[in-house]
Structure formats: structure tokens, C-alpha cells
Design a protein around this ligand. Structure first.
Ligand SMILES: NC(=O)c1ccc[n+]([C@@H]2O[C@H](COP(=O)([O-])OP(=O)(O)OC[C@H]3O[C@@H](n4cnc5c(N)ncnc54)[C@H](O)[C@@H]3O)[C@@H](O)[C@H]2O)c1
Ligand SMILES: [Zn+2]
Length: 252
């Protein structure tokens, strides 16, 4: 819900505009909606004879019952109620945080100064701008993920890879197989059968154990990540490959 009337908060979102909106006009008598442009071009009367006016609530007018009902309904359902930039001095807007709290929500108030509802809030932020707070929160939700192949070995039509995922600065490994050749004949197999992925593990030696379900050191090396050439070569040597020269070339 918003107390603002500039229409910036609405767009395609479901927002209760408690104080109405300046983004369109309506007929004061029958309620028909009119484009602002018509009003600006001096169309002041509806075909019903009523006055066309901006759809904002003016002083002395009561708020839309529909807008209040919607705000109330959403407030009661809320797990978290966040107030952004309101001194919470005007009703009915200042009644909603209390209603939320009574219905079990956590209440957060982000405002440049103290408000009368600070005592019921679970968290009050006075020393930061709304924009900065929202940006910080947003950053917590952005998952920064980098996926890189450490090792890929193949045979005719298929390959197995050891893959590194960096997810929000924590490193995880997994093994993926692309066993295309094994299923070439079976056209009716579901596509997932061509591509399998192990769970994510946090240590590379755990991923090696998964990889060791395959005779990977005996397969054809396709790719080794620069940072892992020495490590992979040592691992290969422990597994006594038939074709050491090929591995030497790939791990230079
Ligand atoms: N009260 C009304 O009848 C009414 C009617 C129409 C529109 N509005 C609009 O609704 C909004 C809230 O109404 P109000 O009556 O509570 O206004 P208000 O002016 O009493 O309170 C706004 C609060 O926002 C805080 N604030 C402003 N920018 C901030 C920022 N960047 N970061 C953190 N805090 C910030 C200020 O410290 C202030 O306490 C205002 O934008 C107002 O223009 C109000
Ligand atoms: Zn009308």
C-alpha cells in the first residue's frame, strides 16, 4: 500500500493507493475513468453530465473503501510489514502497522526520524536512507554464481566433468556426466537420461570420490582448468593411466 499519489508505486503491481492517484481522472458522478490527457485538453464533463476530476483524494474527502479493504486484507496476511518513509502521523495509514503486528507480523520501520509507532516495531532504522536499505536487502538476495569446469574427460559421444560452483563466495564442487552415446539408440528416453549431476560437495576430494565411480583417468582428457593442472596431473598419476602423454599435453 502507498500514501503516495504519483502512481510510481502502482504500474502493473497490485498496490492499494490509499490517497488515490494522479495517473488518471474520473467522473465525480458516475465514476467512469478518463485519461489525464482529455482533462488537460479541457474536457471537463462526462457524457452523464458529471464533472471530470483527478482521481486523487482531496482534503475533506473520505478514502476509497475498496483501497482500505485491500490494504487491510493484505496487512492481516503479512508475515513482514515494512514502513518506508512515513512519519505515521496520518490515519488510516498509521493504523496498518499496528494491525499487522496484532496479526503476528514482524514490523520494520525505515524512516528518517522517529515515529509514534517505533515502540511496537521489531526493527527501527533511522540512520539510513530508504534507497540504501533496500539496496542492501536486495544484495542479500542476489545469488552470485560462477560455474567453471575443472576437468572434462570424454569417450566416443559422452563426457564426464568435475565442475566448480562459486555461489555467493562459497565454493562447491559437483560431477556432471553427459552420457549421450550410451543412449543414442533409445530415442524415446527422456532427455534427463542424457545428463546427470551429482550433489554439491564442499571439498574437492569429496568430488574426486564421486568421479572415481568412473575410470576417468583412462578416458580422453578434453579440458583441465589452468588453476588445477598440477592437482589433476597428480591425481591422474595416482590412477596409473594408460596414456600418460595425452595427460601431459593437456596438463602441460
Ligand atoms: N499524509 C497524507 O495525507 C498524504 C497524502 C498524499 C500523499 N502523501 C505522501 O505519502 C508519504 C508519506 O506520508 P506522511 O504523511 O507520512 O509524510 P511525512 O512527510 O509526514 O513523512 C515522511 C517521512 O519520510 C522520511 N523520509 C523521507 N525521505 C526518506 C529517505 N530517503 N529515507 C528515509 N526516510 C525518509 C522523513 O524523515 C519523514 O519522516 C509522503 O510521500 C507524502 O507526500 C501523504
Ligand atoms: Zn459520469
Amino acid at each position: 500500500m502507498t500514501q503516495n499519489t504519483d502512481g510510481f508505486h502502482s504500474g502493473n503491481l497490485k498496490v492499494s493507493e490509499l490517497h488515490g492517484t494522479l495517473s488518471h481522472c474520473h467522473c465525480n458522478t458516475c465514476g467512469k475513468i478518463y485519461d489525464n490527457q482529455l482533462f488537460l485538453e479541457n474536457q471537463t464533463h462526462c457524457n452523464c453530465g458529471g464533472f471530470i476530476r483527478p482521481s486523487v483524494i482531496l482534503f475533506g474527502e473520505s478514502l476509497s473503501e475498496e483501497a482500505i479493504a485491500m490494504a487491510e486484507e493484505e496487512t492481516i496476511k503479512a508475515d513482514l510489514f515494512i514502513v518506508l518513509g512515513s512519519s505515521l502521523q496520518v490515519s488510516p495509514a498509521n493504523y496498518f502497522p499496528t494491525l499487522a503486528k496484532r496479526n503476528g507480523a514482524k514490523v520494520v520501520i525505515v524512516n528518517g526520524e522517529k515515529t509514534p509507532l517505533d515502540p511496537i516495531a521489531d526493527l527501527v532504522i533511522n540512520d539510513k536512507k530508504i534507497g540504501n536499505v533496500l539496496e542492501e536487502v536486495n544484495n542479500l538476495f542476489i545469488i552470485k554464481s560462477i560455474v567453471e569446469t575443472i576437468l572434462e574427460v570424454g569417450w566416443k559421444g559422452g563426457s564426464i566433468s568435475l565442475v566448480r560452483h562459486i555461489i555467493n563466495n562459497s565454493v562447491r564442487y559437483c560431477v556432471t556426466t553427459n552420457e549421450g552415446a550410451l543412449y543414442d539408440e533409445a530415442d524415446d528416453l527422456p532427455i534427463e537420461a542424457y545428463f546427470q549431476k551429482s550433489g554439491l560437495v564442499s571439498e574437492i576430494f569429496q568430488a574426486m570420490k564421486v568421479l572415481d565411480r568412473y575410470p576417468w583417468a583412462q578416458l580422453v582428457p578434453i579440458k583441465v582448468h589452468d588453476d588445477y593442472k598440477e592437482y589433476i596431473f597428480n591425481q591422474v598419476m595416482k590412477r596409473k593411466p594408460r596414456d600418460i602423454d595425452r595427460w601431459k599435453r593437456v596438463c602441460n
